[in-house]
Design a protein around this ligand. Sequence first.
Ligand SMILES: [Zn+2]
Length: 255
Amino acid sequence: MNLYFDEALGERYKSKAQKIRVMSECWVENNMFCPCCGNSRICKLKNNEPVADMKCENCGEIFELKSKQGKFGKKINDGAYSTMLERVTSTTNPELFVMQYSSDYAVTDLTLIPKFFFVPSIIEKRKPLAPTARRGGWIGCNILYSEIPEQGKINIIKNSVVRPGKEVVADYVRIKDLETRNVKLRSWLLDVLNCVNDIESDEFCLQEVYAYIAILQERHVDNHNIEAKIRQQLQFLRDKGFIDFLGGGNYKKRF
Ligand SMILES: [Zn+2]
């Protein structure tokens, strides 16, 4: 895998954003396998330029790419808020590649966020653009990257080290077991997963998860039985092999 962008590709574009878009997308097309099925390549979709998603012809998964020079912070700038919300709740939601590159245009980090780790609560509405702006009134969004559970961030390249493709696909297949089409249930699962991740020790008890009730209640104002919901999600995680039940309200992480 050649980590460097092909800079010649960007030469005919004036704007830096366009250069980066073309170079980074071509990099994916020339270097990336499909992290979902292991197919040797993924291709750009030609029909919706200029924002071209990519597709694996083998498994049919669609990918969106977000790239940035240096580190992403807690938030990732994305497109129109309404489009993003629509995408999150639909079955055509793309998988997201998050790419970081260096000042000399080498990919340093590449992470895959599976589509089923997207819920409306991680899409933040930005302020509308000023009426005087070229796209006055337009409302963009941020992806609250820091609120995505660690299990939903599959490393492909980390600190310029490329992971074996087989490991990446195995991670994806394992995590795909958590996929649920129902967006409300998905929100619950990810929220409880975040609580469990936040507990430092590998073994924990139900009371430790109940410590997050106030936070969960704020996120799910309509729900009046948070405890039951927590237990339900822990059971789901147990059924999927992500935690073990040790008995007596004690659990052990398996991730
Ligand atoms: Zn595929």
